[in-house]
Ligand binder design. Structure first.
Ligand SMILES: Nc1ncnc2c1ncn2[C@@H]1O[C@H](COP(=O)(O)OP(=O)(O)O)[C@@H](O)[C@H]1O
Ligand SMILES: [Mg+2]
Length: 426
């Protein structure tokens, strides 16, 4: 969790007021708070916390993100006394609430149905494919189905995935029916463990799309997509699990391929109704062109945005806030040399012990930072059950290949002691 003083208000005398919606364990809040400070905009934090803890931490607005209706009402009541100029969700968990509350208060935002579609892979696929956006053939099955039965109906290789998890959690490739049954059962354990009801939960089975993968960071203004950055993901993502590791920008795809990626994401955004604010999309590219994996109505996750800079030292978060507050956007062009980030994957499940080699990793040329975000002695869970990282490595170099090589060299210097979990019988 972030330290309580992160929630303390500042800038009470400013003309503009912003509601930032955040979960207590977000990595992303600080960057938004700093951007607001630069713009001299007052920030009110709406945090997904029980009221008692919120009071102790000086959180002005405690909200239950799971209860969108009550949370929207709480925002409306707060805004009656202290009106907002914009509502910005810091990460995925708040996109629907932000859209609903902004709609209720007449502030510009995505339509709530679009925010809903961006969070639900089943709705997303149905809308995208109906609009002719290139995406894999998909089928939806009840979690209560017999996997052996489905295994006979689907094409291989395929990907089994949940509708509403993130960070590649529960996303598993199957090449043959026996792998399919195992993948289905594994996803079922994850979903039941998370409390999804067996009787009313569906899963998706999609054709596996071969190819390289890129991520597009964009800004939507009035339905128009501005591509802010395209990141290559140079580690192959061929399964059976899909661990995110290295992101490097600018992309080494050709200009034509990058233009096709932007066009595909613009069509995907339109198909689900996203039209305002940040978007983060994942696209696979092969000899047939780009294929949508998914699109979200939020910016890039974790600490990855810190490698992006626009114009004269403007952060991605400042762009997002300027757009939300209808302030001038001096530029949307990324500045600086090539940049890369590695989300350090969790190699196996266990308890994190010592972490060694941080200084050596930091000393690798072109490395600009190493941030081990998981504290020692905490449990770490590998994919497909887990969905976090050990931390982040950042690099800047004149070209993307050098940035990528630096990230790999720095990662090779790190040693993570991960002790097995001891299961107590009885
Ligand atoms: N149909 C598919 N074909 C190939 N790879 C896929 C497919 N669906 C998902 N993946 C891989 O799995 C990763 C995670 O899937 P995604 O749908 O983005 O779920 P999440 O919301 O958990 O990120 C993708 O980035 C991609 O590498
Ligand atoms: Mg994804």
């Amino acid at each position: 969790m972030q330290t309580p003083d992160l929630y303390t208000c500042f800038g009470e005398i400013n003309a503009m007021r912003l509601l930032l919606l955040m979960t207590p364990n977000t990595y992303r809040a600080q960057a938004f708070v700093e951007a607001a400070r630069r713009l001299d905009v007052e920030v009110v934090r709406g945090v997904d916390l029980p009221p008692a803890i919120a009071a102790e931490w000086n959180v002005p607005l405690a909200l239950d993100f799971a209860n969108t209706q009550a949370a929207t009402q709480a925002i409306i009541e707060y805004a009656a006394k202290r009106p907002f100029d914009a509502i910005v969700p810091v990460d995925d968990g708040a996109t629907l609430l932000a859209a609903r509350a902004a709609a209720a208060l007449g502030l510009p935002h995505n339509p709530p149905e679009a925010a809903e579609a961006a969070r639900d892979k089943g709705i997303m696929r149905a809308l995208m494919s109906a609009a002719g956006v290139p995406c894999p053939v998909f089928r939806r099955f009840p979690l209560a189905s017999d996997p052996a039965e489905i295994a006979r109906q689907v094409e291989y290789p395929c990907v089994v995935k949940p509708l509403r998890l993130s960070g590649s959690r529960g996303v598993i490739r199957a090449n043959v029916p026996t792998e399919f049954v195992a993948a289905f059962e594994r996803l079922k354990r994850i979903l039941l463990g998370d409390g999804f009801p067996l009787a009313s939960t569906d899963i998706l089975v999609e054709d596996f799309i071969p190819g390289v993968e890129v991520a597009l960071e964009g800004l939507l203004t009035d339905g128009e997509l501005h591509t802010l950055a395209i990141f290559d993901k140079p580690d192959p993502l061929d399964g059976p699990f899909f661990e995110e590791t290295i992101y490097v920008t600018p992309s080494r795809l050709s200009d034509e391929q990058q233009a096709a990626v932007s066009g595909c994401v613009a069509a995907a955004a339109k198909s689900i109704g996203l039209r305002d604010g940040p978007t983060h999309a994942e696209v696979r590219v092969n000899e047939h062109g780009p294929w949508m994996v998914e699109i979200a109505g939020r910016s890039i996750g974790g600490l990855c945005s810190t490698i992006l800079e626009f114009g004269a030292q403007m952060s991605l978060e400042e762009i997002i806030l300027r757009n939300a507050l209808s302030l001038p956007l001096p530029t949307l062009d990324r500045s600086g040399p090539a940049a890369g980030v590695m989300m350090i994957p969790i190699p196996r499940t266990g308890v994190l012990g010592k972490v060694e080699g941080i200084e050596r990793a930091c000393a690798v040329p072109h490395i600009t930072g190493v941030d081990i975000s998981i504290k020692p002695h905490t449990q770490v869970i590998a994919l497909p059950e887990g969905n976090s990282y050990l931390g982040f490595i950042f690099a800047r170099a004149d070209d993307p290949a050098t940035a990528e090589a630096a990230l790999r060299a720095a990662h090779a210097e790190l040693r993570f002691e991960i002790r097995p979990l001891i299961m107590l019988a009885g």
